[in-house]
Design a protein around this ligand. Structure first.
Ligand code: ADP
Ligand code: MG
Length: 677
């Protein structure tokens, strides 16, 4: 049923455009657009009973409706609702002008949302709403994520219409599998996820759909993995030693670095292609480990490649490697996204004829026209930033080269299995000696002055400072301080300091210049968005101020904090909280108490769920609509078993009973993975 949504009653070109914003173009897309939550209509609360922070359904008359605002702000719609409780409920819709006509004074409406109760005032911000009994008799109503201009009632109506045309017995999984795993039919599950008839049917349906998502995911990944294994790789000779390189480093390796290096060397010397993940906290010295492996590869007569997730980081690795490798007669090249055509040709030629021994770059390295003479080792730095596919494309540049991936993000076991499959894992669990703990403090708006005083005094004694903000410029929609406005403030407030602004919307060349001036010490204070998050190394920087720190994930805050404390100076991190919510405070507390990346990331997973942390989208993994990789570990295991069973009897999904399933897997993964079914 790939019918366009325009075939549905009431979907004209305008509504179709809005639906497209939600990635809904066909009736199938609409059916796969699952509710965010549900409203239980048998459970109407009274305004006077509302509790702060809890979701509730209120039914009452609108007694007042006004738009307020000034010419610079989009107007807010204020409603007062009376349900006979004796106290009114105030309902607010920011930017709500388009909604004003939906409410008529004196009419009954229902509102569903989170209540705020402060000093006897009852408020709901952007609740779901519907008029009187316009929604029929369903006891439970779905609530969909919306976009401006669409109403819950619209979506409900269209979904209902689409469901009418759906056969409740519809199925695409092979019959045997449905039986073995006790699944309800697909059509039935879709019906009951939108309009559940009762709890039991809802539970069965949700289970079935989560099972499906995790099954597809694992079938797709098993496919990929099969390609990655098997072949024999390069056995780098044991006679090629790395000692001369190690002793040329300006420091002695830590015990953990030594251990990981020997694990890597052992893999390199074996015939089997290495697939190893190196996990090590921020600042644990992963780069040196990578360099040693590269040295071994080059001295054995092969080329090496290192891919980093950002231009800034790739450039920094390049500069360091050039300096450290050139005395050994090793040529290091750079390939980024915006080289001139002539320069790019030159770099590609050097790679193809073997003149370049080591290439450092961004994902520009995986473009089809990049050819190596004989690449023997490929490394991806900060792996969590790349898709499964990019890692694979890089290894395909050689004839089964050894592969090393490095990450500072510790990955919980369940996710590691999915993201990295059967990679071997090495852990650098020790920081180089002499590192001082970064003193971390959380302050509110008032404490900011002190943070800036700290910045001034540190800069006066020769250090440098980062200030990070979540947004580039001010936005009406968020009450968050932007990098631009902070930059203006700091410049005006501290005219003697050399301050620069860096953000993601700048041209690459400009970013590089600004970063270059910070690395060289010319710039003292760098105000930026998270572009500096990963890997950047400026040992002289001793202060990190993070504005609206509640907007960042813990793992990200840990990464940001790790930009300081990289040299011999005592360093400081100040989290400026723009919210006094409980979760914000709890997160800040974790940061202040712990400097252990593994612990922090576990807490992050607990507080936020895995989707946001790992940004599954960036991994090239399909979107999870209902499944939660951290929560649904049991279903993950069961569906994993099912995935293996399906493929073991029919590795190409060619049998007729698997035809529909094959189509579905392909659809789910789209062009994201090179799956040939
Ligand atoms: P990360 O693991 O976060 O990528 P880096 O490789 O960038 O960390 O190393 C962080 C800093 O520590 C660098 O300045 C590096 O030169 C230094 N470093 C690495 N290993 C050691 C060591 N064994 N002793 C002292 N300093 C080290
Ligand atoms: Mg690094």
């Amino acid at each position: 049923m790939t019918m366009s949504v325009k075939e549905l009653n009431g979907v004209g070109p305008k509504k179709a455009e809005l639906l497209k914003k939600l990635n809904i173009e066909t009736v199938d897309d609409l059916l796969a657009y699952y509710p965010r939550t549900y409203q239980d209509r048998t459970n109407v609360a009274r305004i006077i009973e509302l509790k702060d922070g809890e979701e509730a359904l209120i039914s009452g008359r609108v007694t007042r409706s006004v738009l307020t605002g000034n010419p610079y702000r989009k107007p807010t719609l204020h409603l007062l609702v009376d349900d006979g409780s004796g106290v009114p409920l105030e309902v607010l819709f920011f930017n709500g002008k388009w909604l004003a006509s939906a409410f008529k004074i004196g009419e009954e409406y229902t509102f569903f949302g989170k209540a705020e109760v402060r000093f006897g005032k009852y408020t709901m911000l952007h609740p779901e709403y519907s008029r009187g009994d316009a929604e029929g008799t369903d006891a439970v109503l779905p609530i969909y994520p919306l976009t401006e201009g669409l109403r819950q009632s619209d979506l409900r109506k269209w979904v209902k219409e689409a469901l009418k045309a759906l056969d409740p017995e519809k199925e695409y999984l092979p019959e045997a599998l449905v039986k073995e795993y006790g699944l309800c039919p697909y059509g039935y599950a879709v019906q009951n996820i939108h309009f559940p008839k009762d709890r039991k049917r809802f539970a069965e349906s949700k289970y079935r759909l989560i099972f499906d998502e995790l099954l597809m995911l694992q079938i797709g990944l098993l496919y990929l993995r099969e390609g990655e294994q098997s072949e024999t790789g390069i056995a780098f000779p044991g006679s090629v030693r790395v000692d001369e390189f190690v002793s040329a480093l300006p420091y002695a390796l830590t015990g953990a670095q030594n251990r990981v290096v020997s694990e890597i060397i052992k893999d390199m010397e074996s015939q089997k292609p290495m697939s190893r993940l190196v996990q090590g906290d921020v600042g644990s010295g992963k780069t040196a480990v990578a360099e040693i492996a590269l040295f071994k590869a080059v001295k054995s007569g092969y080329q090496g490649a290192m891919m980093a997730p950002t231009e800034i980081l790739a450039k920094q690795h390049f500069a360091e490697m050039k300096r450290i490798f050139e005395p050994f007669g090793i040529n290091v090249g750079f390939l980024g996204g915006n080289l001139t055509a002539a320069k790019r040709r030159e770099v590609l030629a050097g790679l193809a004829d073997g003149e370049t021994d080591i290439i450092v770059g961004t994902h520009a390295l995986v473009q089809p026209d990049v050819k190596f003479a004989n690449v023997g080792l490929v490394i991806t730095d900060e792996q969590h930033r790349f898709g499964v596919n990019q890692r694979r494309l890089l290894t395909e540049k050689g004839d089964s080269p050894d592969m090393l991936v490095m990450t500072a993000t510790p990955i919980p076991r369940t996710l590691a299995v999915i993201l990295y499959g059967d990679l071997d894992i090495s852990i650098i669990d020790e920081l180089p000696p002499g590192r001082q703990k970064i003193i971390t403090k959380a302050v509110n708006e008032k404490g900011r002055i002190k943070a800036y005083e700290l910045m001034r005094s540190e800069v006066e004694s020769g250090r440098q400072c980062y200030i990070v903000a979540p947004l580039i410029e001010d936005s009406e929609n968020y009450e968050v301080r932007s990098a631009e406005s902070i930059y203006e403030e700091v410049k005006a407030g501290f005219p003697k300091l050399k301050v620069e602004l860096l953000h993601g919307a700048m041209k690459q060349a400009e970013k590089d210049e600004i970063m270059g001036r910070f690395v060289s010490g010319e710039t003292q204070v760098l105000v930026s968005t998270v572009v500096i998050e990963v890997g950047v190394n400026v040992p002289n920087a001793s202060v990190m101020i993070i504005e609206n720190s509640e907007r960042f994930g813990l793992a990200q805050l840990h990464q940001l904090r790790g930009r300081t404390g990289r040299g011999k100076y005592q360093s400081y991190c100040v989290l400026v909280l723009g919210s006094d919510g409980e979760i914000a405070k709890e997160r800040a507390k974790i940061m202040c108490e712990s400097s252990d990346g593994f612990y922090i990331s576990e807490q992050d997973l607990r507080l936020r769920g895995p989707g946001e942390i790992f940004g599954t989208r960036q991994h090239g993994l399909p979107d999870m609509r209902l499944a939660d990789l951290a929560k649904h570990t049991k279903i993950l295991a069961v569906s994993g078993k099912a995935a293996k069973e399906v493929l073991s009897g029919d590795s190409g999904l060619k049998k007729p009973e698997n035809a529909l399933l094959a189509g579905e897997v392909k659809k789910v993964f789209g062009g994201k993975l090179s799956i040939q079914i």
